[in-house]
Each structure stands twice: as C-alpha cells, then as structure tokens.
Design a protein around this ligand. Structure first.
Ligand code: BGC
Ligand code: CA
Length: 314
C-alpha cells in the first residue's frame, strides 16, 4: 500500500523557481536558490528567520530574460563557503555576504557554456568532494545539454552528453550507484559508479513517471529515493527496487526538489515554483514558490561538501 502524506508551509518565500535545497549542518540553516532572479535563500528553522542575497550583486528579473543572472545551484564547501553553478560557469564564494552586504565571488576561469542557449540547472557536491552540475536549454528545442564535474583542482570535465534537461542527482551511501533525472527522459536512471573515482558505468532505468516531469531528488538513510514530480503536485518515495511506497501531496502543482534538514535530518523540505503559471493559476495555488516541510518518518544524510584544493581556492 502506498502511504499518503501532506506537507505544511515552512517558508512563505514566494520564489519564482525555488530549487536545490540543502541543509547546512554547521550553520543550522536550510539553504536553497531561486534560480532566475539569482538568489540564495536561507531559513533558520529555530527562529523562523528567512534571509536572501544575490551572489551576482544585483537582483535579476524573475522571468527568463537576456539580463537574467541565474544561480542554477549552490553547494556547501569544506571551509564553510559555497560553490555555485552560475548561468554559464562555476564560482566559489563565502557562506554569506560581508558586513557591508557585498558578496565576493571567485570565478573559475577556463570553462563556459553558451549562455545564449543554455544555463546551469541542478547540481550537488559529490561524495568525492567535487561538484556535479548539469545544463538545460533556455528554450524548448534548444541544443543537447550535459552533466559536468568541477574537480577539486578547478578543472571541469563533461561526465555525460546528450542530456535533454539536467536535473536531480544523488549517490548511494556505498558510492556504487548514481541516480539521475534527465527531465526530458520521463524518469530517473541509475548508473553504476566506481566507488573510488566516481566514474560512471552502465546506465539503466530506475523509474518512469507516468505524468509530470521528474525533477529534484534525494536519497534517504534507507537508500530510498524521494523525487519531486513537477506538474503533478507530488513528491514520491521509491524503494531501492523501484517500488512506489509514499506520496506527499502538495497544494501546488510544481514541486521542484527535496532535501532532509533540521539537526536530526528528519524534516523533508520541498521547494516549489511559480514558473510559467498564469495569473489565474497563481491565484488558484497561491503557495506556489513557497517552501514546504513534511516529517515522513525517514531521515536524510548529511550533505556532501566541495573540497577545493588550497592552491587555487582564493
Ligand atoms: C528547471 C525548470 C523546469 C523544471 C521542470 C527545473 O529544474 O529549472 O526550469 O521547468 O525543472 O523541467
Ligand atoms: Ca530542478
């Protein structure tokens, strides 16, 4: 029997495209990005304080436009900072803006994708201490995209080509399986993974979703996969054998991603979007773009961190 759960509003953040949630255990904060305006948000669940800053120094427009300064994903680094997938390249920055409100980015040179065609989307630090993030086309029918790896030595390599829309990703505890959602493929695939190096091997279908778009995902401590199914209002849990065992139903159609947080990693935080909704749809689902929370009885795992080598760090 599939369990049915609901979720409460954790932050009425009203984001355009909230994505990439991650629990920051050192600061006791839930962090996420609002991709298009280029914001990094934080919630302190102990006090309810909700803050945000713009790594590019200025707010971009909420909707996709030539002057957008999107932040596709932000991961934690080993020294308390952030690793960022900006529109077309990677950068490192501190954990929060300085006392003057400024945010000092260290841009990683030598690698850019074509920002007129594609932008960075979901990404996470891997168990090997590097950062994996992929791209998506700005417009339907755009070029094929890729999944990239930013190494701890600042070198960028392509892990996977022929991607339609790079989205959710996570690794099993034994580092032998890599779960990956190419949203245009209609499901989640699992790759065999070399536990020493992270090199990808054989690929197979893990689950296909019959409706909606597979988006962000996270494994829990039992190795089950939680998947945000964009367009259906559902977050689903699948067992390692691919069986659907829990559905969280939200009052909004567009959940985008999930992460366990709280000091006990027992709260599942769910990011959502109002991207492309008409004013009538926003009126019917006014909590689109808010962050939801559910305590589903499973717990998460501490996040991986990007471990830049000191030689080029800052
Ligand atoms: C992208 C959105 C897209 C959604 C569903 C997200 O990761 O950032 O732009 O609409 O996935 O495909
Ligand atoms: Ca996503």
């Amino acid at each position: 029997m599939t369990r049915a759960l609901s979720a409460d509003i954790a932050v009425p953040s009203q984001c355009y495209l909230a994505e990439g949630p991650v629990w920051d255990p050192s600061r006791h904060l839930l962090r996420w990005v609002d991709i298009n305006p280029g914001h990094v948000h934080a919630l302190d669940p102990a006090t309810g304080a909700h803050t945000r800053f713009a790594p590019a120094g200025a707010d971009g427009p909420a909707v996709p436009r030539a002057d957008a300064v999107p932040v596709g994903a932000a991961g934690l680094t080993g020294d308390g900072g952030l690793v960022l997938a900006l529109v077309d390249h990677f950068a490192l920055g501190p954990g929060e803006p300085g006392a003057d409100g400024g945010y000092r980015l260290a841009h990683i040179a030598g690698f850019r994708v074509d920002a007129s065609q594609v932008r960075f989307n979901d990404g996470k630090p891997s168990p090997w201490g590097d950062f994996w993030a992929g791209t998506m086309p700005w417009r339907e029918g755009g070029p094929s995209c890729s999944l990239y790896r930013l190494g701890t030595n600042a070198q960028v390599t392509e892990l996977l080509g022929d991607v339609g829309l790079s989205n959710g990703l996570d690794w099993s505890d034994d580092r032998r399986s890599f779960y990956y959602a190419d949203s245009t493929s209609g499901g989640v695939d699992v790759f065999a993974c070399d536990p020493e190096t992270g090199a990808l091997g054989e690929r197979r279908r893990f689950v296909t979703v019959e409706a909606g778009i597979p988006d962000g995902l996270a494994l829990d401590a039992e190795g089950c996969l939680w998947l945000a199914v964009f367009g259906t209002g559902e977050v689903r849990r699948y067992t390692p054998s691919g069986e659907l065992d829990t559905v969280i139903r939200l009052p909004v159609e567009q959940p985008t991603s999930v992460a366990f947080g709280g000091d006990d990693l027992a709260t599942l935080y769910i990011t959502t979007a109002r991207e492309d909704l008409t004013p009538a749809q926003v009126a019917a689902q006014p909590h689109s773009g808010d962050i939801f929370a559910c305590v589903p009885g499973s717990t998460g795992r501490p996040p991986n961190r990007f471990k830049a080598r000191p030689a080029w760090k800052r």
